[in-house]
Design a protein around this ligand. Structure first.
Ligand code: GLA
Length: 387
């Protein structure tokens, strides 16, 4: 006899994964309520989950052979985040912070959900500006949402990831990376309005146009929980306040002349980057739709110049990556991510990939820089349950 009205069996084990991302264009616009256009990549972080019956959460990573494992009671999370976060080893703040943010977002009593063991493995390069952190957050949020039966949608999971990053880790980032990791689609970019979180999936069409997207990881490490990132954010907030708007998103390129009269030169240049970058995202999406990916090269180049000269978040290695890729025939190139290190991207004809790679490597060797790691990426699927 088939039982009726029975609850589905509780999910006690599984594997989930979420990708890193490349931002095609729209840098430091997300926390200004503006526009971004990232895509998820094929490098992913996966988490194997099993439930436990003692109300505890443990996190361990395959990359540190379990040495960085943390195990605590779910009821302790509230006491630890955000004030006592420093007691937790840094990498573990991402998954534990997501667990905390999910319980908070849903008003769930930590004593009412099963304990979990989470084991992470990842092939997303760390510190390369490819959002290895958003990949951990997306995998964790997807797994816990299913196992704890929270019923949250992908945008809510992205928000929990961002809250973890902001409050549990202490990095004052926007929501781009989490949204890209949750919403990614094969061969498509995510055109996101960071004020409304309205997301459109836009075909990128790289392969049909004979193009590849090359990532040039400069190996210069960066961290957004310290220094420059927060300073840039503060300058943007100052600029918005001087202009009397809620966020720089509310300014147009035509407002810049007035902005220049009202603020100091540094603040003005920070503002000019964000306002023109928002416009470049809109132009890139429109150009892609009308003329295909080959036509966006100039916008990528202009974005890099704006980050180098106005926002001042590039480093010599990123500039050299961009300049040497372009000189070797790239359609367009720019640094990607938060800056101060990490990776550049270059849109390159398929048959020029070996030549551009060799040219960038040679330029780095001549400059005495550490050898970069250069590889192609493909727009890929967002977070999912794998098993
Ligand atoms: C980092 C942050 C994002 C975004 C970018 C810059 O990747 O995590 O929220 O601000 O920098 O565009």
């Amino acid at each position: 006899m088939t039982p009726t009205n029975s609850a589905p069996p509780a999910l006690t084990a599984g594997t989930w994964s979420a990708p890193g991302r490349v931002n095609l264009i729209g840098e430091h616009t997300d926390y200004n309520d503006g526009f971004v256009f990232p895509f998820a990549i094929e490098y992913r972080t996966s988490v194997a989950l099993t439930t436990r019956d003692d109300g505890r959460i443990s996190v361990r990573s395959a990359f540190t052979h379990g040495e960085d494992a943390v195990d605590l009671a779910l009821t302790e999370l509230d006491a630890i985040f955000p004030e006592r976060r420093d007691e937790i080893v840094e990498w573990a703040r991402y998954p534990l912070g997501v667990a905390w943010a999910l319980l908070q977002a849903t008003g769930t009593d930590p004593a009412s959900v099963p304990g979990v063991d989470l084991t992470f493995a990842s092939d997303v390069p760390v510190g390369a500006g490819l959002s290895s952190s958003a990949a951990i957050e997306g995998a964790t949020a997807s797994a816990l949402n299913d196992v704890w039966g929270l019923g949250l949608d992908r945008v809510a999971l992205a928000r929990a990831g961002r809250r973890a990053e902001n409050e549990a880790v202490g990095a004052p980032t926007g929501i781009m990376d989490q949204m890209a990791s949750m919403l990614g689609r094969v061969d498509a970019g995510i055109f996101l309005d960071c004020r409304t979180l309205d997301a459109q999936v836009v075909d990128l069409g790289f392969a049909p146009a004979g193009l590849e997207l090359l990532v040039i990881d400069t190996k210069v490490k960066h961290a957004h929980s310290t220094g420059g990132y927060g300073e840039r954010r503060a300058a943007c907030e100052r600029g918005a306040e001087i202009m009397g708007v809620a966020a720089l998103r509310d300014l147009e390129v035509d407002d810049l002349a007035r902005a220049q009269e009202l603020m100091d030169d540094v603040t003005f240049r920070r503002v000019r980057h964000v306002v023109t970058e928002d416009q470049r995202v809109l132009d890139a999406v429109a150009t892609l739709r009308s003329d295909g990916p080959r036509a966006i090269g100039g916008l990528l180049d202009a974005s890099h110049a704006s980050m180098r000269d106005d926002f001042e978040i590039s480093v010599p290695e990123l500039d050299l990556a961009v300049d040497s890729a372009r000189a070797a025939g790239a359609v367009g190139a720019r640094m990607t991510g938060g800056g101060f290190g990490g990776a550049a991207i270059a849109l390159v004809d398929h048959e020029l990939v070996p030549a551009v790679t060799a040219a960038v490597e040679a330029a780095f060797a001549t400059a005495g820089f550490a050898a970069p790691h250069i590889f192609t990426v493909n727009p890929s699927e967002g977070a999912r349950r794998d098993a």
